[in-house]
Design a binder for this molecule. Sequence first.
Ligand code: ADP
Ligand code: MG
Length: 359
Amino acid sequence: MAKITLDNLAHSYLPNPKSEDDYALKELNHDWADGEAYALLGASGCGKSTLLNIISGLLHPSQGRILFNDRDVTMAPTTQRNIAQVFQFPVVYDTMTVRDNLAFPLRNRGADAAYVRDRVQQIAAMIGMEASLDRKARGLTADVKQKISLGRGMVREDVNALLFDEPLTVIDPHMKWELRTQLKSLHHEFGHTMIYVTHDQTEALTFADKVVVMFDGRVVQMGTPQELFETPEHTFVGYFIGSPGMNVLDAKVTGDTAVLAGTQISLGKGFGTPTGKTELGVRPEFTSLQAGNEGLPVTIKRVEDVGRHKIVRADFHGTEINIIAEEGVNISPDMNRVVFDTAGINIYEDSWRVAPLVA
Ligand code: ADP
Ligand code: MG
């Protein structure tokens, strides 16, 4: 297992990249700690697979270095990196049995037969395929084949890292949950460095210790689920994580007050005087509806009952504000103000979070 360091890394698929826009992966300096489980989260096209393929060696970066435990592997072929990678779609040898498919990476490395037999049995149990070990892979459905691919990815205990690129895309929803749980327990058991790519926040937040959020070729934040919730470093993290995501409103900020479409509110702490495009971010969990004249004037558009709580969609001068109200809370028509809990307010300048001033 290894610590993985990305040093000044960037990648463009173009032969002569000119501007930053030409880079699928913008300059990146980053350490992946040995033995941690990471999720790499972001929308389609943001550069997740590009980054993963650079780590595994399928792709050579146009700039920078990759180190495994401080050894430069930038130009090393995949076989020398000792990495297991599982892709979005199954890669299975049709003419081989399920057993031989699972055993392949071990036999390839010259593992002894008794070990191979036991380890294959153990992995087959994890993916629920003990009963089909001796049948040929040909004719199996895509999701069963993908389980075999996952099993093959997990079969070696001596890898530097395990990389998963949206591996559960073709798996049915119930099995998805089960396999994700298996991956997690595998991580607890063996402590591999794992990087799990997904565009699904639930998958990311339930799988990983640390979530790395990518946006437009850039890592915008790396943090625990709690950090991503409480202090999104970029407005994209605010929108992308949460259900619904963070409310983002234009604001003019001076010290510890903000003016939003003519209404002044207190921020509870100072933020200096941001001069760029300034926005206030507040998650729906930190807002409440009230009657009276405190807070921002809003019009309620819709109330959605989603079981454990209600989501209120309100309009504030043409911008939607989402409010989460606890189940028992009555939403009455005279509630025409929204109030923010200052503990949940973040201020953004040109989309990046401004650190509050410490008194
Ligand atoms: P993700 O995995 O997050 O969906 P990718 O890493 O596959 O994103 O793609 C990042 C960007 O690079 C996209 O704009 C994509 O179109 C582009 N890209 C990906 N692979 C290639 C390639 N082989 N040649 C040219 N452009 C590519
Ligand atoms: Mg991808």
